[in-house]
Design a protein around this ligand. Sequence first.
Ligand SMILES: Cc1cc2nc3c(=O)[nH]c(=O)nc-3n(C[C@H](O)[C@H](O)[C@H](O)COP(=O)(O)OP(=O)(O)OC[C@H]3O[C@@H](n4cnc5c(N)ncnc54)[C@H](O)[C@@H]3O)c2cc1C
Length: 452
Amino acid sequence: MTSISSDNGLKVVSLRLAMLITTGRDECGTRPRTDGPRWSLAARHPRMPWPRCDSPGDHELIVAVRGGAHSYPGFSTCDGGIVIDLSPMRAVSVDPEQRLAIVPAGALLGDLDAATQQHGLVCPNGAVSHTGVAGLTLGGGMGRMMRRYGLTIDNLTGVDILTADGRQISVSHEENPELFWGMRGAGANFGIALSFRFWLHEAGPSVVAGAAVLPADRAYEVANTFREWSVSASDDLTAALSLFVAGDAFGPDLAGRPIVAVAGAHLGDDAAVTRDLAPIMALSPTVTTFSRLPYLQMQTSDDDYYAWGQRNYWKGLLLDDLPRDAVTVLLDRLDAVPSSQCGFGMITMGGAVARVGDDDTAFSGRGANWWLMTEALWHDQSDDDAHFDWGRESLSRMQKVAASVNYVNDLGEPGEHDLREVYGRGRYERLVALKREWDRDNVFRLNQNIAP
Ligand SMILES: Cc1cc2nc3c(=O)[nH]c(=O)nc-3n(C[C@H](O)[C@H](O)[C@H](O)COP(=O)(O)OP(=O)(O)OC[C@H]3O[C@@H](n4cnc5c(N)ncnc54)[C@H](O)[C@@H]3O)c2cc1C
């Protein structure tokens, strides 16, 4: 593995990357160390061939680009190739007057949140602060404020990238606008993002977040309320429905039992929170944890649970509807969990996400109402197959009962899905044209790959 740090600044990074990408000379002849750290120990990226360097011009060089290393399949590392590790480039700068953040490509969500909250500002991003800004943004970026402020890409005003032929260019609505369209949903395909520019919004320092928890035998009743309420609530509220097995923290009445929870994050004042949560409180939950807390605390509240170095299998779907049959599938699959840290979470979309035109960015699925995640988390390698099988079967059964598309950042396994279906034919063909223009040789292929 070759790591390139930002110690000497972006210029040096760009020069070295340009040389590596265009010639591959750094690596030919000396076998690099394989692999690199990945968030999930169960990530299964394809084994890449050792680059062939037998004859002049024969430089089949595998290049992986690493931001936060949270790719589920493990795309940001490779065996026998080059890992372009941007993770040391993390210093976010914020212009509070312009409400603009400049974010280098190695920054984590926590770096972005910490820098923007110093000015009472936010850029909507994901739910776990050790996720990379780069990978999350290039695929879309969903999170706890998306109904109010949209996807992360909806707040992206520009990105500087290094192209496959070694040029550093700016991409925005004004410069290379077609490429800017493609960067917002399929961005890992077209170059190495060096830094991002985001519009910011006022939020915090405190927000209301928490959950209402009930036994899973009330799941149909809760889902009935959630189905209408979550999509018609104020945009200040982004709510989620989860089904999982309660841990000890849920108290003696629920610990060890299957439960259903309605979680939410609310940006409004206390009166608005009380009004908007009333239909859920009317269900008389067994436990409620909604409270006012610092924005940064909310954004890091799940970090330890989803810590590095565990074994994970995650898969997602965007759902248009939540029929009774879908709840039945979720309950059946909850009965079949191979271990206790497996379950489902469904975050509400709509609001600002749906107000952006479907063709304005390469992201596919803006019209969906919920983002469903299937999560399996375990610790022993010998249990891998049981958890992979459970995740696959769960999503395959959900797909049969709920009309859906996939979120490209949530495709748990490489090559498993036809990207024509994920993006939709028209969008996919537009992406292929961009790929041919900007990376005809498919230098950047360790991603949800648009074949040129
Ligand atoms: C614990 C956890 C929580 C998550 N929560 C959310 C969430 O709330 N919302 C959400 O939308 N998604 C979420 N995700 C999914 C997440 O968006 C994707 O896994 C994303 O790809 C991670 O980005 P990364 O930079 O950490 O990953 P990496 O593994 O570093 O990169 C992912 C992909 O992007 C490419 N890439 C990375 N950096 C660059 C760059 N600078 N230029 C070009 N290509 C690059 C990589 O080559 C790879 O193909 C979560 C994932 C995890 C593991």
